[in-house]
Design a protein around this ligand. Sequence first.
Ligand SMILES: *Cc1c(COP(=O)(O)O)cnc(C)c1O
Length: 217
Amino acid sequence: MSVNTEKYKEIKVELESKKVQLVAVSKLKPISDIKELYNLGQKDFGENYVQELVEKYEALKHQNINWHFIGHLQSNKVKYIASFVYLIHSVDSLKLLQEINKQAVKNNKIIDCLLQVYIATEETKYGLDATEIQTIFDEVQKGNLNNISIKGFMGMASFSDDVTLVRREFQQLIKISEVYKITNPILSFGMSQDYKLAIEEGSNMVRIGSLLFGARN
Ligand SMILES: *Cc1c(COP(=O)(O)O)cnc(C)c1O
């Protein structure tokens, strides 16, 4: 048993007192681990890879799970998850959002999305800058993306021990979110190593993997 159920319960209490939602990041972890946490009441799970998500969805179809897609998403793979995905956190281009919209139309549904904001100083992280975000909202305004709903923003800070830097990056996300008048926006930031900081800076949805499921290979 690699699931740290004690830690889970501790984090749940901590988050509930602050009205922060928990997405349990189960990427690269077995279905048995998901079931274990599900049986403790966890409904929201996050995955990074399309094929893995589809396999887990199929295996756990009869559970009432909200599947969050949090990894980099290639446009040509949206079709595999469109019918069941609960929230896509990682929209990092207009082209991707247009494809999500197209697949949502095909499935006769609205797909909820977050815009991934580029906040880290590391070159390796995906995300949109302020101009690209504005362009997306302009497209929405024009009525070209009626089958997606932008619920808020997501970000990943630099993987760094520099608390000041990480705080500044989170504040950048908050600043961008305040430009757009989304009602009760979802602000998805904070992972195992920085979720406490993230909550202090205004996150209301954290994505935690290794603290719950142990380190990944
Ligand atoms: C893997 C991942 C997480 C969880 O990371 P941990 O450090 O294991 O908590 C959160 N968000 C994204 C986008 C990830 O890829």
